[in-house]
Ligand binder design. Structure first.
Ligand code: 1GP
Length: 250
């Protein structure tokens, strides 16, 4: 069984930096060469982990190639972000072992997890127990995960789920507005969840500017996930400004 190296690394990074930047590489969108370069570039500007996956990344062979390709060039951990059992591939360091707690389909709450767990063990991936909470509607994560999206303006519902996650022993909560979301998770929801949940709080979906990133970290996010911004041609320089801003925000 993998140890808890990645979790310890993230915690020590958090002490050092206040808040972390995770960059999401969707293996359906990026090819191997561009992913390799991107991973190296974002490591240089201070990203703490690379997430590989997403709800529409279903080609397991392609994903395995991307993970293998990226791994050679970077020291920061590669954390799988699976949308299904096909998101479990060898050679990554860890996996957001997630339950989509507000799904209406039990498959995404416990069944995919049971089907995927043997390979997590076999591949020696460190499981990071994560409550994945989808906020809002109309995104791929919402549709594919059959989520009953938590309304953006109902922070207490998100906090109740986060508290339940804590009682269930999960050490990570991921508040997800959805890839390319028009509105990000609100600072108010983050504050409310932060007050209820003691673990590591990840926030993602639609983040593409320094001010928003800073506000989300000030509200209590431990790590922000950014994907679409880079896929749509956002510059490393601007990402670097975001990385610097969130380190100074708390
Ligand atoms: C999506 O939270 C991640 O699962 C990242 O969202 O692609 O909008 O940056 P973006």
């Amino acid at each position: 069984m993998a140890g808890n190296k990645v979790e310890l690394f993230l915690k020590s990074e958090l002490k050092r930096k206040n808040a972390l930047l995770f960059v999401l590489i969707d293996s359906e969108v990026s090819n191997i060469e561009s992913s390799k370069k991107l991973a190296k570039d974002v490591e240089k500007i201070g990203a703490s982990a690379i997430l590989v996956g997403g709800s529409s990344a279903i080609d397991q062979i392609e994903m395995a190639k991307v993970v293998k390709g990226i791994k050679q060039g970077i020291k920061i951990p590669i954390i799988l972000f699976p949308g299904n059992i096909t998101g479990v591939v060898p050679e990554a360091d860890a996996i957001l072992f997630s339950s989509l707690m507000n799904s209406e389909n039990p498959y995404f709450i416990t069944q995919a997890q049971a089907l995927g767990a043997p390979n997590v063990l076999k591949f020696g991936l460190e499981p990071l127990p994560t409550a994945y909470l989808v906020v809002g509607e109309g995104t791929s994560a919402w549709f594919i995960g059959s989520a009953r999206g938590i309304p953006f303006e109902k922070p207490k519902i998100a906090a109740a789920y986060a508290l339940a996650a804590q009682f269930l022993g999960m050490r990570f909560v991921y508040l997800e507005a959805g890839s390319g979301a028009k509105s990000t998770i609100t600072p108010e929801m983050i504050k409310t969840v932060r007050a209820a949940f003691n673990g590591f709080l990840i926030v993602g979906g639609g983040i593409k500017d320094t001010k928003t990133a800073r506000d989300l970290v000030k509200a209590g996010a431990d790590a922000l996930v950014i994907g679409t911004f880079l896929e749509k041609g956002g510059s490393i320089k601007k990402l670097s400004e975001i990385a610097n801003a969130i380190q100074k925000a708390k």
